[in-house]
Design a protein around this ligand. Sequence first.
Ligand code: T5A
Length: 210
Amino acid sequence: MSSNARFISIEGVEGVGKTTNLKYIQQFFSDNGIPLYCTREPGGTPRAEEIRNLLLHKNGEQINRMTELLLMFAARTQHIAAVIKPALARGEWVLCDRFTDSSFAYQGGGRGIPMEIIEGLTSLVLEGFKPDFTILLDLPVNLGLARAQTRGEKDRFEQEDMAFFERVRSVFLARAKASPDRYCIIDTTPALAEVQRELHRVLSEYVLNS
Ligand code: T5A
């Protein structure tokens, strides 16, 4: 059991390449013989995945923005207790596709819920628990949406307009710039090989030195 296990989150607006680069990160851990548990939000446990379905799929009924925020945190508290903390306790690193930064960016920036409300909920539910390190993949919104369009049907969030995603991106960038020790911003505009060279450099520095 490695006692230096850390919790890493990966964040970014639609189409920045999280899914693509998650696979690269998994390969990095595997190549270095380091145990890694990969998970995602909203979701990560059977119950939390049910909440994900409520949040992402459209059924004609509008979801109030506060309901949306509370469902994100309901799924998160289940996920932390049932999956993330037990994996860390077993000595596995945890890589999570989105975490609380997405709530600040989407429900705060995108939907306009005051940040103090999200801060309050974060303190109440997470009690100081947060990722040790966050990789923010960044790309101009128009490029991200164009890349995301190559996928199938749009989910409930992907239907939002450019201005929504510009606000989401601004909050991600502001949060990353305010805490440079915890965040690393990687520009995913270049070709994938170049992005992954940078990712390799960042992971070598953070993971292999922990
Ligand atoms: N949400 C989530 C909230 O509102 N609040 C919260 O608290 C939380 C936790 C979840 C939704 O929930 C919201 C935010 C989201 O809207 P999701 O499952 O994370 O959604 O889905 P997406 O954001 O849509 O992310 P995906 O993982 O599906 O897409 P990615 O990772 O952004 O993009 P990916 O890897 O699929 O890449 C898109 C395309 O670009 C290509 C890929 O091959 C792919 O075709 N690509 C590149 N092309 C050229 N150059 C590169 N460098 C490329 N990198 C990738």
